[in-house]
Write a protein that binds this ligand. Structure first.
Ligand SMILES: Nc1ncnc2c1ncn2[C@@H]1O[C@H](COP(=O)(O)OP(=O)(O)OP(=O)(O)O)[C@@H](O)[C@H]1O
Length: 288
């Protein structure tokens, strides 16, 4: 077997909590293990309610925080043992983050295209402005935008959906093999969420990039993921093929999540019925 793209071995994260002199510890992540193969790109979802440890896990995979226990290995290299600027840059070329709120990810006073040029210069070795622009335009085309549309525009001049696409384009510039997307659509207008999450599947197929999709939203995870992990209070309570897990959820929390999806889908179907019959019902705001 080839070396996995990403491997978590019994990973734990414990924070000191309750102030300077408190001995209280918060075990945010406990004994989490999973592997993403290098040869088969996939959308791998980590699902859980608020406080279940998803973001703590994402930060460890991104090398932004170190595991308290266990190991996070990227292409066989333990992230805790990786040191130095050149190793860091090499890692950033291969693993890129997409954050929850694109309006926080971009400085409101900086034109959005500048971020793309900077990434091209720092991570792809673009030698001049025209090479940086070519890299930016190529990445923007992958997400259904273009440099012509974006050039010179500030974050507030774009919609949340456009800005998140620009953030995804920025992440694609170095040609990564893994995107870590932490709640990437929770701040996006509900009507645009599916188009953004569907984009992840397209990118998986077109660019052979794996996506770690971190979310509390079972409905989008179910739609786009190949495999899922369901977390509760820092622990994995269920994992496997997305359809198999949701067809026969075993853990009470997974059953609860599944039922919440079914009730949302029910509301959608009712809407469809109402439209088909030319009637309307006041369910605005009930969609995820
Ligand atoms: N820096 C920190 N110091 C202390 N406790 C923390 C820290 N970061 C997270 N925690 C705690 O760890 C637990 C898991 O938090 P985490 O943010 O990883 O969960 P989450 O599933 O991503 O939640 P959310 O969706 O609300 O962001 C929570 O109890 C949280 O309060």
């Amino acid at each position: 077997m080839t070396v996995p793209l990403l491997e978590l071995r019994s990973v734990g994260k414990t924070y000191a909590g309750g102030g300077l002199f408190s001995r209280r510890r918060v075990a945010a992540v406990k004994q989490v293990s999973f592997t993403l193969a290098a040869e088969t790109p996939e959308v791998f979802a980590i699902i859980g309610e608020s406080g279940s440890g998803k973001s703590s896990l994402a930060r460890m995979v991104l090398g932004m925080s170190t595991a308290s226990e266990g190991q996070v290995l990227f292409r066989g290299q333990d992230l805790a043992a990786s040191r130095g600027r050149s190793a860091r840059l090499d890692f950033m070329r291969q693993v890129q983050p997409i954050f929850q709120n694109p309006f926080e990810a971009f400085n409101p006073l900086t034109r959005v295209d500048r971020y793309l040029y900077a990434t091209a210069r720092n991570l792809t070795g673009a030698k001049n402005q025209s090479e940086a622009e070519a890299a930016a335009d190529q990445a923007l085309q992958q997400v259904g935008l273009s440099l012509t549309e974006l050039r010179g525009r500030f974050p507030h001049e774009l919609s949340g959906g456009q800005l998140q696409r620009a953030a995804i384009a920025r992440a694609l510039i170095p040609g990564p093999s893994l995107l870590v997307a932490d709640e990437p659509v929770s701040m996006i207008d509900a009507s645009l969420r599916m188009t953004i999450v569907n984009l992840f599947r397209e990118l998986r197929d077109r660019l052979q990039v794996s996506i770690l999709y971190i979310t509390h939203d079972l409905a989008t995870a179910y739609t786009i993921s190949d495999r899922i992990v369901i977390m509760r209070q820092g622990e994995v309570v269920e994992s496997g093929d997305a359809r198999a897990v949701l067809a026969h959820p075993q853990h009470p929390y997974s059953i609860q999540l599944k039922n919440s999806v079914l009730s949302v889908e029910g509301a959608w179907n009712d809407d469809d019925d109402a439209l088909a019959h030319g009637t309307t019902r006041s369910t605005e705001g009930t969609r995820p």
